[in-house]
Design a binder for this molecule. Structure first.
Ligand code: MN
Length: 200
């Protein structure tokens, strides 16, 4: 069973004007697909690893044969992270609510304080990587991870994420990362984020 692109719940142009259709098409169809292709290629001669779920592979990278460990970390992480990212985006963002809203208020005081901290982490992140809202030891935490490193590999459960690789925004925003981050806040799927929180 080979890994495949997950179905998107919206069309490429559904997140306009925040995320433009061409970026979505290339990000999903080329970048995400490339991680999947390289993951499948890495696993080709490793039936034991083929029988593990993607989560199992990423949670226990140490048990993946050394020869393919980095490829699984990078490309398995790329597949996991992008699949997660598409799910926490939506054409109409709405507002954070329910248990996640309460947890954010408890940890950060109020939503705007959280938004400010998260935005700052994303704006100041150096290089290619992601900023995540995770649950770590039963507490919400904003973390920055390089490359396609994955929170579940360090026992943290993802709630929300922003892709800060230039391929995520360069066509529309070029060097204006701050505008991309601001646009991302407008297309967050808060229902899905809360589901992530409740399912931990
Ligand atoms: Mn990406």
């Amino acid at each position: 069973m080979k890994y495949e692109l997950p179905k998107l719940n919206y069309t490429f142009n559904a997140l306009e004007p925040s995320f433009d259709a061409l970026t979505m098409e290339i990000h999903y169809g080329k970048h995400h697909q490339a991680y999947i292709n390289k993951l499948n290629e890495a696993l080709k001669d490793y039936p034991v690893e083929q029988n593990k779920s993607l989560e199992e592979l990423l949670v226990s990278l140490d048990s993946v044969p050394e020869k393919i460990r980095l490829a699984v970390k990078n490309n398995g992480g790329g597949h996991f992270n992008h699949s997660f990212f598409w799910r926490v985006l939506a054409p109409t963002s709405g507002q954070v609510k329910g248990e996640l809203a309460r947890a954010i208020n408890k940890k950060y005081g109020d939503f705007n304080s959280f938004k400010e901290l998260f935005t700052q982490a994303a704006a100041t992140f150096f290089g290619s990587g992601w900023v995540w809202l995770v649950v770590n030891n039963n507490e919400l935490e904003i973390i920055s991870l390089p490359n396609q490193d994955c929170p579940i590999s360090q026992n943290q459960q993802p709630i929300l994420a922003i892709d800060l690789w230039e391929h995520a925004y360069y066509l529309k925003y070029q060097n204006r990362r701050a505008e991309y981050i601001e646009a991302w806040w407008r297309v967050i799927n808060w229902d899905e984020a809360e589901k992530n929180y409740k399912n931990i």
